[in-house]
Design a protein around this ligand. Sequence first.
Ligand SMILES: NC(=O)c1ccc[n+]([C@@H]2O[C@H](COP(=O)([O-])OP(=O)(O)OC[C@H]3O[C@@H](n4cnc5c(N)ncnc54)[C@H](OP(=O)(O)O)[C@@H]3O)[C@@H](O)[C@H]2O)c1
Length: 292
Amino acid sequence: MRPTILVTGAAGQIGFEVARLLEPHGDLIAADRASLDLADPDAIVAAVRGAKPALIVNAGAYTAVDRAESEASLAQAVNGRAPGILAEEAKRLGALLIHYSTDYVFDGKSTTPYSEDAPTAPLNVYGQTKLDGEHAVAAAGRHALVFRTSWVYGLRGRNFLLTIRRLAAERDEISIVADQIGVPNWSRALAEATARIVAAGLAGAAERAGTYHLSATGRASWHEFAQAIVGDATRPRVVPITTAEYPTPARRPPYGVLATQRFETTFGFGLPEWREKLARCVASPVEPAVRY
Ligand SMILES: NC(=O)c1ccc[n+]([C@@H]2O[C@H](COP(=O)([O-])OP(=O)(O)OC[C@H]3O[C@@H](n4cnc5c(N)ncnc54)[C@H](OP(=O)(O)O)[C@@H]3O)[C@@H](O)[C@H]2O)c1
């Protein structure tokens, strides 16, 4: 029997890719914000009990890092509370939950890659709400795979790659922060990894429940990432600046590289260096939008 798969946030960067890739593996219910509002606990319960999925992939999240500073209660509802409700409902059904979290649960004071067990200390509201979501999932029991990742980009939605492309078309010079270090991750690569784990079997995936760092390897500053996007073009010039020169409402961790050994050892594969995926991404066509 084909399992029912519920994907939330299905119009988002990861959600769009993961829904597309999971379609062959079950009867897919791809819910965007209009069809399932994660800020509404009753709607979540009704959606899950109605669908009775064997797998829930929670790709929905409040991801506006700066806006979260002034919309903390909405960010908390979506990032902090909804994952716990999904986890409770998944437990009730004997379903598996796959949930995504972020390197922003860390304070960025480390200079070496963060392991899953490293102490968390978010610097901003978004990071705190995502950490609360992780705790809520854990409190519901060990029925979930939580994949922390970082710096998600793609050819759809709102992200750094598309912002740099737009600025590059408008300006001769762009100034980009060079003292924040992390790892760019193509949304499709994250979705492919998720789909590969699902394709290998839900029972096996459930046995591996826990928190994992799912990321490409290598490291970059935002400045290096921007330079890689612009490539060899002589225009625009990509000028390195400091975080202090680019103040934002939310503080960002200066370092967010995630150690991926636990993921690789557990699932038997990993993601390549981030530049390889960036090259694949920019060479690929934009998939047409799907209406849910
Ligand atoms: N983006 C990053 O750099 C990054 C880094 C690390 C981890 N992550 C994590 O990766 C996961 C996926 O993020 P993403 O990059 O795919 O973000 P995204 O492109 O912003 O997608 C998130 C989706 O969630 C939807 N959403 C927002 N509020 C909602 C609500 N109340 N109910 C239902 N859906 C709602 C958004 O819809 P609207 O567009 O209509 O608001 C959007 O389609 C999240 O857990 C995120 O925390 C992301």
